[in-house]
Write a protein that binds this ligand. Structure first.
Ligand SMILES: C[S@@+](CC[C@H](N)C(=O)[O-])C[C@H]1O[C@@H](n2cnc3c(N)ncnc32)[C@H](O)[C@@H]1O
Length: 197
C-alpha cells in the first residue's frame, strides 16, 4: 500500500475555508504546523490584508522561518493570549495539540482552525476514545467498533472540552478529510510561561 502524504493536497479549499472566517481585527496567527507557510502566505495574498502576522512552528525545516521542533514541546513556552488565531493543520487527528491548548492555564481568545484526517491507517486515538468514555479494554478488544464514526467522536470530544459550536467542511476523496474551525475563550490568567512579551 502507498501511504501518500502531502502537506497541501487541497490548498485552495484550506485557504478558502480560513478566509471565509477571518477575524476583522488585526490577526496574529500561531501556526502550529507551519510547513512551507503556503496556507497563510496565500491567505495574505488573496485577501490583500497587511495586518496578518504569522508565527510558525514545525518539526522539519521546510524553508520557511519557523521555530523548529515538536510543537508539543514548544507550546508550553508560548503565551497563547498573544494570538487571535491558532492554526492546527496537522496530519491525522489533532488530539495531542488540542489537548495541550485546552489544558493551557492562561487566557486564550482565538479562533482555532484545524485539519482532521481519518484513513485506513489513521484512526481516532484511543486516548480520545477513553476521554469520551470507552474503556481501555473496549479499545483493545473491539478497535473497529469503537473507532466507528470517528468524526462524531471527535466532535463529542470537542464538546467535552467546552467547544459549543464548530464549523467544518468535508472534502471528497479517500477516507475522511475535514477542515474545521471553532472559537475558544478562556479567561484564566495564572499561566507563567518561560518566554512572554
Ligand atoms: C499538513 S502540513 C502543514 C502545511 C502548512 N499548513 C502549509 O501551509 O504549508 C503538516 C506539517 O506538520 C509538521 N509536523 C508534523 N508533526 C509535527 C509536530 N509534532 N510538531 C511540529 N510540526 C509537525 C510537518 O512537518 C508538516 O510540515
Amino acid at each position: 500500500m502507498i501511504n501518500h502524504k502531502t502537506d497541501n493536497s487541497s490548498l485552495a479549499s484550506k485557504v478558502k475555508f480560513r478566509t471565509d472566517r477571518l477575524p476583522s481585527d488585526p490577526i496574529r496567527v500561531l501556526d502550529c504546523y507551519h510547513g512551507s507557510g503556503a496556507c497563510w502566505r496565500n491567505i495574505k495574498r488573496l485577501t490583500g490584508r497587511t495586518d496578518i502576522t504569522v508565527d510558525g512552528l514545525d518539526i522539519e525545516d521546510k524553508g520557511s522561518f519557523t521555530l523548529l521542533g515538536d510543537n508539543q514541546k514548544t507550546l508550553p513556552n508560548i503565551t497563547l493570549s498573544k494570538y487571535n488565531v491558532i492554526d492546527v493543520d496537522s496530519y491525522g487527528v489533532p488530539y495531542d495539540i488540542l489537548k495541550d491548548i485546552f489544558s493551557y492555564q492562561g487566557e486564550i481568545n482565538a479562533i482555532i482552525y484545524f485539519t482532521m484526517c481519518l484513513t485506513f491507517m489513521r484512526k481516532v486515538p484511543n486516548e480520545l476514545l477513553e476521554d469520551i468514555g470507552f474503556t481501555k479494554k473496549m479499545c483493545s478488544e473491539a478497535p473497529v467498533f469503537v473507532s466507528k464514526n470517528g468524526v462524531d467522536k471527535f466532535f463529542e470530544w470537542l464538546s467535552l472540552n467546552e467547544v459549543k459550536e464548530a464549523e467544518y467542511i468535508s472534502l471528497p476523496g479517500n477516507g475522511v478529510h475535514i477542515y474545521g474551525a471553532f472559537k475558544i475563550h478562556r479567561t484564566r490568567k495564572d499561566h507563567t510561561p518561560l518566554f512572554s512579551k
